[in-house]
Design a protein around this ligand. Structure first.
Ligand code: C2E
Ligand code: MG
Ligand code: MG
Ligand code: MG
Length: 279
């Protein structure tokens, strides 16, 4: 059952909410138990350059392959891990998987950058930057192949230490992306403090934006701002050809979303890279 699920593309996997028996969230103990049994997997969602349709990388998204409930999306376990101070366990699992995937892709002649999600509030321990770098280098990967997508889910407390970690990670060569730009605590202020390399417009602004005057203005302004800051602009949640075309004509650099592909396992990503013809 487990093997069968891992091998499947997400679009054919049952959504966790589709069955009445699947809980909408799990207890901390259940989650740690899943972690001890190596049930956390990395799925990958392609990121495509809009001007050429070429794949530039993929976002690494955590999935819990639950023995009874199938593939569980992150909303059912991320908050619990963050609140109990254990989110870095998941960060390191995903970094290891990203590094291994990166190496496998490089061996197949695919130079992709893989984006790992990291919550800003978990970057308070100042040894973290060197530990993250160690994991990537030990796997034989140069940090320039890894982008860290930073999300701010709660107000930052230990600002000085978080900024120190981010500055070091950037210095060691990692890409830094400001994720979910425009929502929550992910604010303008971050941009002035950290040398980000990428701005990722939240899907809340992207879905159906081509037909919506105010959303078009917000998206265009975000693209222009990123370019003036000399950083790449990525749009997430691109679900239609219309949105793809509009982003392309507006000069956005990279797109990610269901229009291109849903998150998939590593084998499917390898197939995707080889099959991919320009959009
Ligand atoms: P995110 O980093 O903003 O990731 C994008 C989310 O949008 C993913 O949800 C992805 O599956 C979904 N998505 C992609 N394209 C589309 C689209 O066209 N339409 C719609 N409606 N959704 C789309 P997912 O995988 O459920 O992840 C949710 C969030 O959980 C992520 O948002 C991220 O903040 C967090 N997350 C995932 N993996 C990790 C992880 O390893 N560590 C941490 N700290 N957070 C993670
Ligand atoms: Mg992300
Ligand atoms: Mg995002
Ligand atoms: Mg988001």
């Amino acid at each position: 059952r487990l093997q069968a699920l891992i091998g499947q593309h997400e679009s054919v996997c049952p959504k966790p909410t589709a069955t009445s028996t699947t809980p909408s969230s799990f207890t901390f103990e259940e989650i740690m138990d899943g972690s001890r049994h190596d049930q956390f997997e990395a799925f990958f969602q392609p990121k495509l350059e809009l001007s050429t349709g070429r794949i530039t990388g993929a976002e690494v998204l955590a999935r819990w392959i639950h023995p009874n409930h199938g593939v569980i999306a992150p909303y059912a376990f991320i908050d619990q891990l963050e609140q109990s101070g254990k989110i870095n366990d998941l960060t390191f699992i995903m970094l290891e998987k990203a590094a291994a995937a990166c190496r496998q892709l490089l061996q197949r002649g695919q130079t992709l950058s893989l984006s790992v999600n990291i919550s800003l509030t978990s970057l308070t321990d100042t040894t973290l930057a060197s530990r993250i770098t160690q994991v990537i280098r030990n796997a034989g990967i140069d940090p320039r192949h890894i982008i860290l997508e930073v999300t701010e889910n709660a107000a930052m407390t230990d600002v000085a230490h978080v900024l120190e970690n981010l500055a070091r990670l950037r210095m060691y060569g990692f890409g830094l992306s400001i994720d979910d730009y425009g929502t929550g605590y992910s604010s303008m202020q971050q941009i002035t403090r950290i040398a980000f390399s990428e701005l990722k417009i939240d899907k809340a602004f992207v879905k159906g934006f081509a037909e919506n005057g105010p959303l078009r203005i917000i998206v265009q302004s975000s693209i222009d701002m990123a370019h003036k800051l000399r950083i790449k602009c990525v749009a997430e949640g691109v679900e239609t050809e219309q949105d793809w075309d509009a982003l392309k004509s507006m000069g956005c650099d990279v797109a990610q979303g269901y229009f291109i592909a849903k998150p998939m396992d590593l084998a499917s990503l390898c197939d995707f890279c080889e099959r991919k013809v320009a959009l």
